[in-house]
Design a protein around this ligand. Sequence first.
Ligand code: MN3
Length: 200
Amino acid sequence: MYKLEPLSYSYDALEPVICSEIMQLHYDKHLNGYATNYNNAIKDTKWDNMDLKDVLANLDQLDNNIKNTVRNNGGGVANHVSFFASLKPGVELKDSPLKEQIIKDFGSVENFLEEFKQKATTLFGSGWAWLVLDNNKLAIKQYHNQDNPYMDNLIPLLGIDVWEHAYYIQYKNVRADYVNNIFTIIDWDVVNNRFEEACK
Ligand code: MN3
């Protein structure tokens, strides 16, 4: 059972980058739907009292009649909860262990952002671009649908939702503008905390 907490900020807190209509639909309809479907699928199974990330890391052990539902909806919950918690206007990427690792693995912050934006913009169809920790090295990976780094036993640090529902009301077909703008409201302190936690 996954207990979905209310959004920790108001629907208009990310304006003008993300309008409140998108936030309300995205949280109340999309994410809430994923959580309901996930909980219904695992109800009365042994997976009901396991952490979501452990369920996602062991999808191959699930019964075939619930596997796809858990993959799509459990992945949807993990992706969105992490995404919404990593957005906040006005936070810079400060000197930090995360920034040091970015420079080590990508050469510079500029290279890192360029690769991240490129992977988010060019992902074909619906999915996510994820910054992950893979054996103590940062990497940016594309995931289709609601697949999530936990499914590959990688540690998710920052995901960017590039499903059309994340931007179409406001940005229409211009995903690149949405991607550029979303990178102005990343809460890099949260991402650094996740990185430091993962390195312990
Ligand atoms: Mn979404």
